[in-house]
Design a binder for this molecule. Structure first.
Ligand code: NAD
Length: 313
């Protein structure tokens, strides 16, 4: 690898194929993403604050680092998959952060879901250190991370997006360029805003129809060929017994956690406030998920929000 200029595409023949990658954040998503990078022939240097997570990846063939800045030493590219904005700032920023140690020209890829403003600020800080950074949050959940079928929503320069693609393709199927730095996060949180609102709307309509005497299955079949149809009604219906193989069919276990949806709605609220944009239904959706979490349902799939309208069966 040739280093020394800002940007991923330092040399058109210098592909990010079978290179050494630093990876920080080995949780539910990061660990299976790392395993897929190893399967595709990349060498890995990994770090997490949880020593057991590092050990498990070391047993699978990765090199263990002792800190995040240590993890960026000697690598050709660097990936993070962290809980939220403060963790991303902590890992990259500060006197002892990754940006204080990174070799100029090292491509940086943050896959965490964070607020767009933080993504833009950290990308600017990276640029000042001679490194291009893209934000590449994902959808597809743990199952997508395991099967390497994630969708990546990428913000950053077009040439940096193209150059990072070989790495992202080891972990996902749909890799979409969303525009300037931060726009990957914009796509991710605005999609989840719409998803949260449609899930609550589906839960409200389904439970009211049932209370007014309709068979939920019959009602869902009508909605799904009518104008109320949406992904939450036809693919992920929250009413138990309507669909098989969805969290509602197994007590809302697995899936996309209600607390993760709450986190994304909180990012939406922050972004809307910064943009002075009205957030009417989104603010209400955030409060509904806040109450749902306070009621002890944060660990359940986000479709369990229907329990705000009915008792668990
Ligand atoms: P997780 O909490 O399981 O994993 C995060 C990991 O980061 C943990 O292992 C934690 O120990 C580590 N970590 C935290 N601070 C650190 C630090 N300073 N240095 C090193 N390691 C640190 O979370 P996850 O479910 O893997 O999600 C990761 C990101 O992906 C989040 O932003 C989440 O919103 C997003 N996401 C998750 C899902 C999902 O279904 N889990 C789906 C789409 C997007």
């Amino acid at each position: 690898m040739v280093r020394g200029c800002v940007g991923f595409a330092r040399d058109p023949y210098d592909d990010l194929v079978e290179v050494k990658i630093g990876f920080v954040g080995l949780g539910h998503m990061g660990a299976p993403m790392c395993r897929n990078l190893l399967r595709q022939g990349h060498a890995l240097r990994v770090y997490d604050v949880v020593p057991g997570a590092v050990r498990a990846l070391a047993e699978a063939g990765a090199e263990a680092a002792v800190s995040a800045p240590d993890c960026v030493r000697g690598v050709d590219a660097f990936v993070t998959m962290l809980p939220s904005s403060p963790h991303v700032r902590a890992v990259y920023g500060g006197a002892e952060g990754v940006l204080s140690k990174v070799a100029p020209g090292t491509p940086l890829i943050d896959c965490s879901t964070i607020d767009p403003l933080t993504a833009r600020e950290v990308a600017m800080d990276a640029k000042a250190k001679g490194c291009a950074m893209i934000d590449a949050p994902v959808s597809g959940g743990v199952a997508g991370a395991e099967a390497a079928t994630l969708t990546f929503m990428v913000g950053g320069d077009a040439r940096d997006f193209e150059a990072a693609k070989p790495i992202l393709q080891c972990m996902g199927k749909n890799i979409v360029h969303c525009g300037a730095p931060g726009n990957g996060q914009v796509a991710k949180i605005c999609n989840n805003l719409m998803l949260a609102i449609e899930m609550i709307a589906t839960a409200e309509g389904m439970t009211l129809a049932a209370k007014l005497g309709m068979d939920p299955k019959v009602f869902a079949s009508i909605v799904n060929t009518s104008s109320g149809r949406c992904w939450s009604s036809d693919t992920y219906n929250p009413f138990p017994g309507v669909l098989e193989n969805v969290p509602a069919a197994r007590g809302y276990a697995g899936g996309f956690g209600a607390d993760l949806m709450l986190k994304d709605l909180t990012l939406v609220a922050d972004a809307a406030k910064a943009a002075a944009h009205p957030l009417l239904l989104g603010a209400l959706a955030q409060q509904i998920y806040q109450k749902h979490s306070a009621d002890g349902h944060g660990g359940k799939d986000f479709s369990s929000v229907i329990l705000q309208y009915m008792k668990a069966p």
